[in-house]
Design a protein around this ligand. Structure first.
Ligand code: NCD
Ligand code: ZN
Length: 354
């Protein structure tokens, strides 16, 4: 049977939610990820090191040893230079997450006037704290399929030229324009790519009937963009690396006649889904760098030392998963995934290790 061994991968963009949902989300992610960068869009949002420390403790109650959550702090109009200094001094808060106000799930506390954040970006640049960006404008006049490209043109290019030494990650990119922007930018600018944006395009979501399971933000684009993302992810360019954006919502919030919640749940099979993409491209030898090296290098953290093994074996994803007192429909639910991670014992975390 075909098998692949990879250095243990990390997930540089995940939503674990909170409380009763953590058993599901942490259990699934900890099956194979070493570090995860947890997004802060809880209600209320995780805006400070103190809130992040408390959230991290709640996550760790559900985690096996060896699983290390890092927390992105939520950037708001209230973020101060002292809060940037506190993040810089804390090993588990490597980044601030910029949500344009109203762009996505729980982004009401996000940024409305970007220029007003420039003193904070200056402080982040000085202290080498990463700016993680949800790259979409929110103007009602801008077509939802163009919102990422317009954000890059009107906002991101301005931030990156004004702060050339600031490390920036354009999260969950979905367009050819985003790929080209990152390719042309300095080594300070990188992007994460999700498994679902590599596997699907807007036809999968819309043709033959709207499929809530595929609705996420930024929304799936046409197939030329999907092709650009696949090329970038499998190119061996270190500016592109894994970030699943696994973002669960209960079934009743997605299959809702009054508006479908945005987010795809992939943590149950993320690594296997990425593997399918690299296999289809004939680039399995580049999978490890994408999943286990480029992200750690960009975050200036050591690559994981232990490894995991994937075997080429079909398995059927459950059509629904338990999610606290709710259920959720996972990506590929009811269908076959072609690779499977063999789980193994995880080594204990050494004291203070991230
Ligand atoms: C995310 C969520 O549900 O928290 N949703 C999504 O569609 N990706 C938020 C986000 O990352 O945009
Ligand atoms: Zn996200």
């Amino acid at each position: 049977m075909q098998s692949i061994t990879l250095k243990r991968p990390d997930d540089w963009h995940i939503h674990l939610r909170d409380d009763t949902y953590l058993a599901r989300t942490v259990g699934d992610a900890a099956r194979y990820f070493g570090r995860v960068l947890v997004m802060p869009n809880l209600v209320p949002p995780v805006t400070s090191v103190e809130l992040a420390a408390a959230y991290r403790d709640r996550i760790l109650k559900h985690a096996p040893s060896g699983f290390s959550p890092l927390i992105a702090l939520y950037l708001t109009d209230e973020t101060s230079k002292d809060m940037v200094a506190a993040a810089a001094a804390t090993p588990f808060t490597p980044a601030f997450k910029l949500y344009p106000a109203g762009a996505t799930t729980n982004s009401a506390f996000g940024i409305s006037a970007i220029e007003e954040m420039f003193p904070i970006f200056e402080a982040m640049q000085e202290q080498d704290v990463i700016l993680s960006v949800h790259g979409e404008v929110t103007d009602q006049e801008v077509d939802i399929f163009d919102r990422e490209a317009v954000f890059i043109d009107t906002i991101l290019s301005r931030i990156s030229t004004t702060f050339p030494a600031l490390r920036i990650i354009l999260e969950h990119i979905t367009t050819r324009e985003a790929v080209e922007f990152v390719q042309d930018a300095s080594a300070k600018v990188a992007a994460t790519i999700t498994a679902h944006h590599l596997l699907y395009n807007r036809n999968d979501m819309l043709a033959g009937g709207m499929k809530p399971v595929h609705y996420c933000l930024p929304v799936l684009k046409r197939n030329v963009h999907q092709t650009a993302l696949i090329s970038a992810a499998t190119s061996g360019d270190s500016s592109f690396f894994i970030g699943t954006d696994s973002a669960p919502h209960p079934r009743h919030a997605k299959e809702n006649a009054c508006g479908c919640a945005a987010g795809c749940y992939t943590a149950h099979a993320a690594l296997e889904l990425y593997t399918e993409v690299f296999e289809a491209e004939g680039q399995l030898d580049r999978l490890e760098a994408f999943t286990s090296e480029f992200g750690a290098d960009f975050y200036q953290l050591p690559r994981n030392e232990d490894s995991i093994e994937l075997i080429r074996q079909d398995w059927q994803v459950a059509s629904a998963l338990t999610f606290g007192n709710d259920e959720l429909v996972p990506t590929r639910g009811g269908d076959v995934v072609r690779w499977q991670v063999r789980t193994g014992d995880r080594p204990p975390l050494s004291d203070g290790a991230i």
